[in-house]
Design a protein around this ligand. Structure first.
Ligand SMILES: NC(=O)c1ccc[n+]([C@@H]2O[C@H](COP(=O)([O-])OP(=O)(O)OC[C@H]3O[C@@H](n4cnc5c(N)ncnc54)[C@H](OP(=O)(O)O)[C@@H]3O)[C@@H](O)[C@H]2O)c1
Length: 222
């Protein structure tokens, strides 16, 4: 880790958008503390990257991850809440197991992980949530009950958080990362993970309207 660089924490970097964003941030001279469930990362390493284990749905794992992060850095410039699941996007009828898993992973875990790190985010720092335009009311549709609700909830939390941290000049941005070629997004998606990571990075840097939803496919609009 380079003492002169800013430090970012990114959750869920084992694949997809989280991994591409980690690579983007490293290229932009950030130190990155990335989380994976296993605590390791196959096929990629970097001198400014540290991996911390996190099973986001476990309170004990969240506590341990935060202790491990704070043993690496005293303060954080950027927190990106990226880890998420979408098991019900092709289902019309809500399924209890998928529903509770999605809300637990995409909402409860994200909120309580963020709350643990909140006081360690620097004044003038940034918090991003990888959300989805599927969570916007204007995009209501019959499929993906839990996924849409989870992203809608995290957009609301982001807007609420923005007003809580305004005195510390922390900018909060819930971001739609595009429809992206990942395990979650599938092969038909038009965006590569690199396209998405570049757009997310621009959104994090450009947003001055804390709490506002940012769609990287329509910059500056919601
Ligand atoms: N791809 C798209 O088109 C798209 C569109 C809109 C929004 N998003 C959002 O983008 C984010 C990243 O998704 P992705 O497309 O990059 O999918 P992905 O490749 O499946 O990545 C999801 C990441 O989240 C991690 N994760 C899932 N459940 C977890 C848990 N309980 N604890 C810790 N980590 C967990 C996964 O870890 P494992 O590898 O261990 O499962 C993986 O690292 C998600 O929040 C998703 O909702 C994606």
């Amino acid at each position: 880790m380079n003492k002169l660089y800013k430090t970012a924490v990114v959750t869920g970097i084992s694949s997809g958008i989280g991994l591409a964003l980690t690579q983007k941030l490293l290229n932009e001279n950030y130190n990155v503390i990335g989380t994976t469930r296993s605590g390791s990362l196959d096929d990629f390493s970097h001198s400014n990257l540290k991996i911390v284990p996190l099973e986001a749905t476990s309170q004990e794992s969240r506590d341990n991850a935060v202790n491990a992060i704070l043993a690496i850095t005293e303060s954080i410039d950027l927190l990106v809440n990226n880890a998420g699941i979408a098991p019900d996007v092709f289902s019309i009828e809500p399924d209890f197991e998928s529903f509770t898993a999605t809300i637990n992973t995409n909402v409860t875990s994200v909120i309580f992980f963020t709350e643990l790190l909140l006081k360690h985010i620097k004044t003038g720092g940034k918090i991003a949530f990888i959300s989805s335009s599927m969570g916007l009311l204007k995009n209501a549709a019959p499929n993906g009950t839990a996924y849409r609700l989870s992203k809608n909830a995290i957009n609301m939390y982001a807007a609420m958080l923005a007003s809580r941290v305004i005195d510390r000049q922390i900018i909060v941005t819930p971001i739609h990362p595009g429809w992206v070629q990942t395990k979650l997004g599938g092969n038909q998606a038009p965006f590569t993970t690199k396209d998405s990571a570049d757009g997310i990075y621009d959104a994090i840097l450009s947003n001055t309207n804390s709490g506002k939803f940012w769609d990287i496919t329509i910059p500056g609009l919601d």
